[in-house]
Ligand binder design. Sequence first.
Ligand code: CAA
Length: 369
Amino acid sequence: MVRETVRNFAISEIKPMVAKMEKTGEFPHEIIKKASQLGLCGIKIPVEFGGGGMDTISYIIAIEEICKISASVGVILSVNNSLVCDNIYHYGNDEQREKYLIPLAKGELLGCFALTEADAGSDAGNIRTSARKEGGCYILDGTKVFTTNGVNAHVAIVFAVTDKEKGKKGISAFIVEKGTSGFSVGREEEKMGLKGSETVELIFDNCKIPKENILGKEGDGFKIALSTLDSGRIGIAAQSIGIASACFEEALKYSKERVQFGKPISEFQAIKWMIADMSTEIEAARVLAFRAAYLKDSKERFTKEAAQAKLYASEMVNRVAYKAGQIFGGYGYCKEYSVERFYRDARVTTLYEGTSEIQRLVIARELLR
Ligand code: CAA
């Protein structure tokens, strides 16, 4: 039911806007507003906190269906769901859940996750943004980069160092409202794909926030970031599966229509093998993502499984998008067909929320622990 509902929504509400989003890079406000009416901004958040009250399996099905039409809309929702709502639901106190989680899950507010810095990407424990306590406040100073939703988000989860001496155990997480003095949006990245999703710098310059806005306790920040990313990675696996499924469906259809040497190219073994491999790899990725989601829903440890799902699915979508391009031939290189967009959108999945190399590191550590 979730798959069908979200698929219908994506086809009727998102698909007509895709070309404009690609051309103008405009943030899809209207789509996000309509998605919120379907409960897609806080899918896994219990109903009493404004969410859809569904499980992680439903969440990844929804993200997959959205990404089959638009990976840009998919990442906007994935960040709000996994990195922001889930985060405040798990680590926020009653007041924070009331004040921030409910409007975020309802889609009245949008959130972003500000961890990465210019010199702290894979080495996230090396962030330099600082938060010093002064009276009843924390003062934030520093610059974050690559922040998805950064321009339009009303609320940012920001990671900053509260005690330099303690290294990673001296990192804390904060909820910072847009409009707070000293908080501004910096440079926007011009990206290869995901044109409807914004990726920006966030600047904190003497930014004073109330001490009540700390998420968890001082020093909990790094663990909050890493455990939140475990969930986020299942969402990126789902995004990859969505893009790959779209590539596969388009390529399958085209292979039956395109005639060369007097017959549809689907009748040639070279094409058949590509189709068989694409489908098999997509199914394998889906099983890995479902397994990670199932473990999360069962409240079991899922760090390794989330990393495996993200690693396999993100590398898989790049192979599948490449093969779809081969099946389309020269047309696959042209904007007339969406496989060109899917190819560009797929590329980032092995990069954000932890590169493939970081996923391998996480998987190996879990196996060797
Ligand atoms: N959950 C909770 N705690 C965890 C954890 C997890 N998954 N993994 C590790 N920890 C804990 C460890 O147990 C350790 O705690 P103790 O000292 O008490 O034992 C602590 O966290 C520090 O762990 P490590 O020393 O192992 O940390 P590390 O610095 O060696 O490396 C890493 C960890 C896996 C490399 C990590 O830094 C990482 O995942 N890096 C990639 C960051 C990333 O994914 N960034 C993406 C940002 S978001 C984004 O992409 C933008 C967007 O908007 C889409």
